[in-house]
Design a protein around this ligand. Sequence first.
Ligand SMILES: Cc1cc2nc3c(=O)[nH]c(=O)nc-3n(C[C@H](O)[C@H](O)[C@H](O)COP(=O)(O)O)c2cc1C
Length: 382
Amino acid sequence: MYRRFLRPLLFRFDAERAHTWSLRAARLLQYTDSSVLNRLYGYHNARLEQTLWGHTWPNPLGLAAGADKNGVALRYWHGIGLGHVEVGSVSAQPCSGNERPRAFRLPDDEALINRMGLNNEGAKVVAQRLRKYAGDTYEGDSGTPPRPVGVNLAKTHDPSIMGAEGRADFCASFRELAPHATYVALNVSCPNTRSGKTFESPETLDALLTDIFALRREMALDVPILVKLSPILTERVIFDSALEARIEVAESHGVHGYIAANTAPDRHGLTTDTSRLQAIGRGGLSGPPLHARSIRLIRYLHRATEGQVPIIGVGGVDSAETAFAKIQAGASLVQLYTALVYHGPGLIKSIKQGLVGLLDTHGFDTIQEAVGTDPVLERFVL
Ligand SMILES: Cc1cc2nc3c(=O)[nH]c(=O)nc-3n(C[C@H](O)[C@H](O)[C@H](O)COP(=O)(O)O)c2cc1C
C-alpha cells in the first residue's frame, strides 16, 4: 500500500514537505482507536523483549532522532510497533534551522542527505509534550503503559554560543527534559552546524560530560546518559586514535551507552550521479550507504567496552538482516529513519517478524543472546 500509493504521491514533493505532511498525518492518526493501528501493524514476540537500564524494551527497534524532533506523534510511533522513540535533537532555545531546501532524497541509493541544522521547538515546549505523554495510558501491541522515550539534546544552533555557554545551553535542555526521558542522548556529532564544530574533541566532550553528570547528580536523577558519535569513515579499522580518546573520556565519566552513528559527511559508495550530488551540496548522508560505517563503529565500541556498555545501532537499518547485523556487531537496540521514508510503516512489523526468524536460524532463544556474537569481533581488523 505504501510503496504503490503513498510513496509515489509523497515523492512528488520535496523531502521536507513530504515529511511534514507525513508527520501531520501521524499526529492525527495517533488519536484513532489504538486497535486500528494494532490490527495493521501490531506484532509482539516476547523473544524480542529485553531489560536495559532498568526498563523493559518491548522490541529492539526504535525511531532515530530527527524524524519526530518535537515529539508530536509519540503514540503513533508506538502504535505502529516501534519499541522506543528518540525525540530531538532538542536545544535550549527554539531554532528554525538552515535555509531550505535542506533535505534531499537519493532514490537510486534509497538514501537521504540532510542539513536541517537542528530545527526544533525548544526544550520547554517539548518538555510539556513529554509530560503529557507520560500521563497518558496507552494500549500498544503489548498492552503496556507508555513505551521508552529517549531525548536527544544538542546545543542551540547559534555559532555565537560557544565554550562554557554551549555547555550551559546543553544543561538548560537537560534540566527541562531529563525528568521525562527514559534516556538522554547527547548529540555531540551533528555534522550540520554553521560553525562546523562538534563536541567530539576529547577536551570539549570531557567538559560537557563533567557538567551534565554534575547536573544529573544535583537533580538526583538516575536517567542514563548516552553519547551519539560520528560513524567510522575508513574501510577497515584497527585502531582509531581520535575515537579511542573519545571513548576514554566517555568511559571515565561512566557514560551509560553509545549511539552509533550519526549521518556521514562523505559520499562514498553511492550510485547517484555525481552532478546530482554536487547540486545538493553539503549535508549528512543516511540510509543503506551508512550501514557498513555504523557497523564498524558498533564493533569498535563493543570491543573497546568489552560488551559492558549498551549500544544503540543506527544507520541504514532497512530489513531484519541489517538490524540483526547491527545486533550481532554489538548493538542491544537499533533505530531507523531513512528506511521509513522509502518503505513506510509496514516495515516495522516485517523487521520484527524477520528478527524472530533469524533468532531461529542462528539458534538463539532471545535477542539479548544475539548481541555481540559477530565472529568479526574476534579478528584484529574490524
Ligand atoms: C532529515 C534527518 C534529520 C536528522 N536529524 C537528526 C537530529 O536532529 N539529531 C540527531 O542526533 N540525528 C539526526 N539525524 C540522524 C538520524 O538520527 C540517524 O542517525 C541517521 O539518519 C542514520 O539512520 P538511518 O540511516 O536509519 O536514517 C537526522 C537524519 C535525517 C535523515
